[in-house]
Design a protein around this ligand. Structure first.
Ligand code: ZN
Length: 416
C-alpha cells in the first residue's frame, strides 16, 4: 500500500508539473533569410585591432553576483589596468551572462577588451597611450545549428537544463505544441523531446538562442512533430507537421503563460483537482501575477468584477465559442468591453479575487453557452501548407525530419 500511495502521489505531482506558457517573439524577414552555418566557428580578428602574433585572448562571462573588479582580475589584468577600466561608464553596461574578451599583448599588458553592449552593439576598448579609447560598432552574429534531446523526469525546464538547452528554446517548444499539449496539465514522467534550433554566436561564443527549426515531443506515448517553414508570397512562416498540417490551432490548450517560475510553482502545488462537470471549468494553480493569455482571437465581452469570479474576463470567439478567465489580480493593458484581442495576447494576471482560497486561474470553455471540458475538446487547425507549395515544403522539412530521427534514435546529442 505504501508503494502504491507513493506512486499515486508522484503521478499527481507530475501531472501538475508545468503551469504556463509564453509567446514567441516575432521574427523579421531579414532573420528568416539569414543562412544557417553548421561548421565549427572560426575566431575572426576584431575590426580596428591589428592582429599581433604574440598576443593571446582570454574570455570570461559576467556571472550572477559578480563584481567588475572580480571579472577583470579573472581576465588577468593588472590592478592599475583594472582601476583605469573601472572608470569607464561603458563597462557598467555589462549584464549577467555577458561575455567579455580581453586581448593581452606579448608583454603581458592589456591591448583591448570587447563585449556585447545593449541593442547588439559591440563595445571595443583599445589601449591608446597611457589610457584607453572606446568605440562602439554593430555586432555581427553567426548562426549555427544545435540539436539536443531530453526526457521529462520532473519538469520540462529540468530536462532542458540537463540537456543544455536554453530557457528560450524550451519555451518555444512549449509554444509550438501549445495547440495540442497543455504543458501545465498533460506532461507525464518519461515524456521525451528532441529539438533542432539556431544559436547566434559572436566570436565563437554562443550569445543567444534563435529559432527552433524542428522539434518532436512525445507526450503520453503520442508523438508530435513540427518543422519550421518560411512562407512565400509575403506570408509569414510557421510550424507544420511533416505532412504539411498546420500546428497552429484556433485555440491554445493552456491559457497560462509558460515560464520557469510558474512551472516550478506547478511542481510544488498540483492544480486543484475537481470534476469539471460539477465545476464547469478547470483550475490552474500558479503564482500571483502569472500572465493569462487569450486562447484565441476574440472580442472582449466582459472585463470587470463579478461576484465569486472576482476580476473576470469573458471572450467571445468566432463561431459559438466563449472563454472565461476568473480570480484575476488585474487586467492586461487595453482590456475592456468591446476591444479585440489576438491569440496569445495578455488579458490579465493570476490572482485570488472573488471566491478563491489561493492564487489560481479558473478557466471555462463554452460552446453555445454550454460549459465543455477544454482538455478534451477537438480544436480546429489553421490552414495547412498550400498544395502548390508541398514540394518546396518537403525539400525543407525532410532534412530536418532526418535530424529528428537521429536524435530520437539517441545517436547524436551535440552542437554541430
Ligand atoms: Zn475554479
Amino acid at each position: 500500500m505504501r508503494i502504491a500511495r507513493a506512486g499515486a502521489l508522484a503521478a499527481l505531482v507530475l501531472s501538475g508539473v508545468l503551469a504556463a506558457f509564453a509567446t514567441i517573439a516575432p521574427v523579421s524577414d531579414a532573420e528568416i533569410a539569414r543562412p544557417v552555418r553548421a561548421e565549427p566557428m572560426v575566431l575572426q580578428p576584431l575590426d580596428g585591432v591589428m592582429p599581433d602574433p604574440a598576443s593571446y585572448i582570454r574570455e570570461e562571462r559576467f556571472q550572477r553576483g559578480d563584481t567588475l573588479a572580480g571579472l577583470l582580475a579573472r581576465l588577468g589584468l593588472s590592478e592599475s589596468e583594472a582601476q583605469s577600466l573601472q572608470r569607464l561608464a561603458q563597462l557598467r553596461q555589462l549584464r549577467t551572462g555577458s561575455a567579455i574578451t580581453a586581448t593581452i599583448g606579448a608583454d603581458g599588458g592589456l591591448q583591448s577588451i570587447d563585449f556585447l553592449g545593449p541593442r547588439d552593439t559591440l563595445v571595443l576598448i583599445v589601449r591608446s597611450g597611457s589610457g584607453f579609447s572606446v568605440s562602439e560598432q554593430r555586432a555581427e552574429f553567426e548562426t549555427r545549428v544545435a540539436m539536443s534531446s531530453g526526457i521529462i523526469r520532473s519538469s520540462l525546464f529540468a530536462a532542458a537544463d540537463a540537456a543544455g538547452i536554453p530557457d528560450a528554446i524550451a519555451v518555444q517548444v512549449a509554444e509550438i505544441f501549445g495547440g495540442d499539449i497543455d504543458f501545465h496539465r498533460d506532461l507525464r514522467r518519461n515524456d521525451r523531446f528532441a529539438v533542432v534550433y539556431e544559436m547566434h554566436a559572436h566570436n565563437g561564443l554562443s550569445v543567444r538562442s534563435g529559432r527552433v527549426l524542428a522539434a518532436e515531443f512525445v507526450n503520453q506515448g503520442r508523438a508530435y512533430r513540427a518543422v519550421w517553414y518560411g512562407g512565400v508570397d509575403g506570408r509569414s512562416g510557421g510550424y507544420y507537421a511533416p505532412d504539411g498540417k498546420n500546428l497552429r490551432k484556433a485555440f491554445l490548450r493552456s491559457p497560462l503563460e509558460f515560464s520557469r517560475v510558474s512551472s516550478a510553482f506547478g511542481m510544488r502545488r498540483h492544480p486543484i483537482m475537481q470534476n469539471w462537470r460539477a465545476h464547469r471549468g478547470v483550475d490552474y494553480a500558479a503564482p500571483s501575477g502569472t500572465r493569462v493569455r487569450a486562447v484565441g482571437d476574440a472580442t472582449i465581452e466582459f472585463a470587470g468584477r463579478q461576484g465569486g469570479y472576482g476580476n473576470v474576463v469573458v471572450l467571445r470567439h468566432q463561431g459559438q465559442y466563449t472563454t472565461v478567465y476568473a480570480h484575476l489580480s488585474g487586467f492586461g493593458r487595453g482590456v475592456r468591453k468591446g476591444a479585440r484581442v489576438a491569440q496569445g495576447d495578455i488579458i490579465g494576471f493570476v490572482g485570488q479575487t472573488g471566491w478563491a482560497t489561493g492564487p489560481h486561474l479558473h478557466y471555462e470553455f463554452k460552446v453555445a453557452g454550454e460549459a465543455r471540458n477544454p482538455l478534451a475538446i477537438a480544436l480546429p487547425a489553421a490552414l495547412p501548407v498550400p498544395a502548390g507549395e508541398m514540394a518546396r515544403f518537403a525539400g525543407q522539412a525532410q532534412p530536418l525530419a532526418a535530424r529528428l530521427n537521429l536524435l530520437a534514435s539517441g545517436q547524436v546529442a551535440l552542437l554541430e
